[in-house]
Design a protein around this ligand. Structure first.
Ligand SMILES: [Zn+2]
Length: 229
């Protein structure tokens, strides 16, 4: 077990925390000066679900360094800046145990699939502490809407009643809105939240590597803010 101190952001405080399998902190951050009322929060945003998609974490890092409660109009926004810290450290899609979190959610269609591949769903639904943390966050602070950041397709995918929110995001970043990713994803986060719980859920697929320019960063920061406000 290693011990890593959580990153501290000027305008945000940790509301809930957990520890990854290898001992790295995972936090739900909330804007300083804003209290979540019992029950729901307005928006949950998360990144680095897949550890080999660091661009997603860079966007939320920039967001957390620049945006304060005042700019959010007192909206109750929860941010999980790095959902899979071991994967981010190891530069792997999966968690340190080789599980794809996006197949590990306790959905009705969860099945043990893909062992030894990058899409391994785990030995049981929500077998991973990283998945358990998100399930816990959703039960304690169920959000009105969710934005989950990935790479590399440069599209906005949505689950549940989120088409209007997807279009709102597209107005700012210009990405195409796609209703369905085109292949089955049992145990996926979008199925758990959007399809089974009716929470509007956006998957923002950012460009990666050289295509992830400063312009892309800025337009996506603006797109996130536009969707919150
Ligand atoms: Zn991804």
């Amino acid at each position: 077990m290693i011990e890593v101190q959580p990153v501290v952001y000027p305008f945000w405080y940790p509301l809930l925390t957990a520890t990854s399998r290898q001992g790295r902190p995972i936090s739900l951050l909330f804007p300083e000066g804003v209290s979540p009322e019992a029950g729901t929060i307005d928006m949950l945003i998360m990144a680095a679900f897949h550890g080999d998609e660091p661009e997603s974490a860079w966007v939320l890092e920039a967001f957390l360094n620049r945006v304060s409660a005042r700019e959010l109009g007192a909206k109750r926004v929860g941010i999980i800046p790095v959902a899979n810290p071991d994967g981010l450290f190891l530069k792997t899609r999966q968690t340190s145990t080789g599980v794809d979190m996006n197949r590990n959610f306790p959905t009705q269609d969860w099945a043990s699939l893909g062992q030894g591949t990058p899409y391994f769903s785990g030995s049981a639904p929500a077998s991973e502490p990283e998945t358990q943390f998100i399930v816990h966050v959703l039960s304690v602070y169920p959000p009105q809407a969710i934005m989950s950041l990935h790479t590399p397709y440069r599209v906005i995918n949505y689950d549940g009643p989120a088409e209007a929110l997807a279009q709102k995001m597209s107005e700012i970043n210009g990405y195409e809105v796609v209703a369905d990713i085109g292949y089955p994803t049992p145990g996926s986060f979008g199925t758990y939240t959007g399809k089974e719980r009716d929470i509007p859920t956006l998957t923002l697929e950012l460009p990666e590597k050289e295509a992830f320019t400063e312009n892309e960063l800025q337009s996506n920061l603006a797109a996130l803010l536009h969707c919150i406000l």
